[in-house]
Design a protein around this ligand. Structure first.
Ligand code: DX5
Ligand code: ZN
Length: 228
């Protein structure tokens, strides 16, 4: 996984057909997804449940790009090795998930993965000020985590602040929640490079009609290039 700041679209399979993950992952990659975003929820840190490490391990052979695993769970540390074994390329933990995020990021890198840290909308950029050399990705939540299809919360000022704090460090800024052709240009201009999109990519399409996924991703890309 080499580092670059080009715009990457990371469809969230939270919006995929849960009975058909393998085919859904292949469909979005065939249609031009740059990364695949995998939302793990525990019904405790967030009020919803998705899947755990065994399911994520089953996704792995289908993912040819980057498997970007977003943990919305607490605690995180007891599960880090299981997600390494599952084949996560990037493993992201929430800064709000426990008192020892510094240790968690060290452990994620120690297990051979890229380490991400996510910030809920109510958490300031400064929460990661002392973590910048321990992290490979900062995920700025633009919804309160737990569900797909929620309304975008404008975190543009936070993204700008983070971009300034990061400087030349090889740290991605990822946006998660409510990304669509209307909101993508705002966050891209503010300095984000990884755009997670669930409903905006999957809406209207299916594995039998995957061209819709491609068109939806193209609409997001076009909205950004039109804006710069
Ligand atoms: C929300 C998840 C997101 C979600 C985004 O808790 O972390 O990845 O799937 O979905 P949309 O793009 O529909 O807001
Ligand atoms: Zn997510």
């Amino acid at each position: 996984m080499s580092f670059d700041r080009s715009i990457k679209i990371a469809p969230s399979i939270l919006s995929a057909d849960f009975a058909n993950f393998g085919a859904e992952i292949r469909a979005i990659e065939d249609q031009g997804a740059d990364w695949v975003h995998v939302d793990v929820m525990d019904g405790h840190f967030v009020p919803n449940l998705t899947f755990g490490p065994l399911a994520v391990k089953a996704f792995r052979p289908h993912v040819k790009t980057v498997m970007d695993v977003h943990l919305m769970i607490a605690p995180v540390d007891p599960y880090i090795d299981a997600y390494a074994d599952a084949g996560a390329d990037v493993l992201t933990a929430h800064v709000e998930a426990g008192p020892h995020i510094h240790r968690t990021l060290q452990a994620i890198r120690g297990a051979g993965m890229k380490a991400g840290v996510a910030l809920n909308p109510g958490t300031p950029a400064e929460a990661v000020a002392h973590l910048l050399d321990l992290t490979d990705l900062i995920c700025v939540m633009t919804v309160n985590p737990g569900f797909g299809g929620q309304k975008f919360i404008d975190m543009t000022a936070k993204v700008r602040a983070l971009r300034g704090m990061i400087g030349d460090r090889p740290v991605h800024i990822e946006i998660d929640g409510g990304v669509d052709p209307n909101t993508a240009p705002l966050v891209a201009q503010a300095g984000a490079d990884v755009l997670v999109a669930g409903s905006a990519v999957f809406k209207g399409g299916s594995v039998d009609n995957p061209a819709v996924y491609g068109a939806n991703m193209q609409a997001i890309r076009k909205s950004i290039s039109g804006a710069s």
